[in-house]
Design a protein around this ligand. Structure first.
Ligand code: ATP
Length: 248
């Protein structure tokens, strides 16, 4: 099966520090690929390079076989690379629907339509409606976003990402701060979304990672020390020593 997003020997240096070192991995539609590692392992830097927020120092990123390593973040978003952030990026005083509509509009700006009422853009409204339905938030579409529970806000982040119609979802700690029920809801959402998307999941909640991931890549100090299915990662002696701890 051809990879949708293919990363080879990707490296990022910050001065003398190699934050991401020679990372190679593939993302396939229908799979959740989790990237785990201790604090400072380079996971966010990896996501930032894939989304185009920061440039790679070396290596290559291909989307559907096309080299996108030098493409801007906006171009990558338009080609189908969507991401969510560790910290919430919603506008709390806007409604849930408005947040999604703004995300859709930001992804496909129509500068020639400045005289139109932004809220009347039918394509963005439709994209927002579809994204909210997919994320299970249709019932709260008209709620003010700031009044949602923490878990629903994180779901809204995913919906805002979906409103940009991505093929690849880069999710940076979507389960952070969630209780058990909220985690279950988010995992069910990811399970549903993976049918149509390739998902890269950076997450510290190991129980959730082992429940949802089809493939796990383990990073230590910027480098990949292991990559494989959850069973092989659980058994991997180097991973157990470096990261999971013998008791996991
Ligand atoms: N803009 C930057 N300038 C200099 N160093 C940076 C920069 N961004 C990240 N780093 C360093 O790169 C290394 C990797 O950081 P990164 O945030 O990617 O790790 P992480 O695995 O996402 O950690 P966490 O799990 O805590 O979010 C760290 O040592 C960090 O201090």
């Amino acid at each position: 099966m051809n990879a949708l997003l293919s990363v080879s020997t990707l490296t990022r240096r910050f001065g003398g520090l190699v934050a991401v070192s020679d990372v190679t991995l593939d993302l396939h539609r229908g799979e959740v690929h989790a990237v785990i590692g201790t604090n400072g392992a380079g996971k966010s830097t990896l996501i930032n390079m894939l989304s185009g927020e920061i440039a790679a120092s070396a290596g290559q990123i291909k989307l559907d076989g096309r080299d996108i390593t030098r493409r801007s973040q906006a171009m990558r978003a338009r080609s189908g690379v969507g991401r969510s952030y560790q910290r919430t990026t919603i506008f709390p005083e806007f409604t849930v629907h408005e947040n999604c509509r703004l995300a859709a509009q930001a992804a496909t700006p129509r500068p020639w339509a400045i005289w139109q009422n932004a809220g009347a853009c039918s394509a963005s409204n439709a994209a927002a409606g579809e994204a909210l339905a997919a994320a299970g938030l249709a019932d709260v579409a008209h709620r003010v976003a700031g009044t949602l529970s923490h878990g629903a806000k994180r779901q809204l982040e995913v919906a805002m990402c979906l409103a940009t119609k991505p093929r690849v979802l880069l999710l940076d700690e979507p389960l952070a701060g969630m209780g058990a029920e909220e985690t279950d809801r988010m995992l069910a959402l990811l399970e549903k979304l993976k049918a149509e998307h390739a998902i890269l999941l950076v997450e510290h909640d190991m129980d959730a990672v082992f429940r949802i991931a089809d493939r796990i890549t383990v990073m230590v100090n910027g480098a990949v020390i292991a990559s494989g299915d959850p069973a092989s990662i659980r058994e991997n002696a180097q991973v157990r020593t470096a990261y999971l701890g013998e008791d996991h």
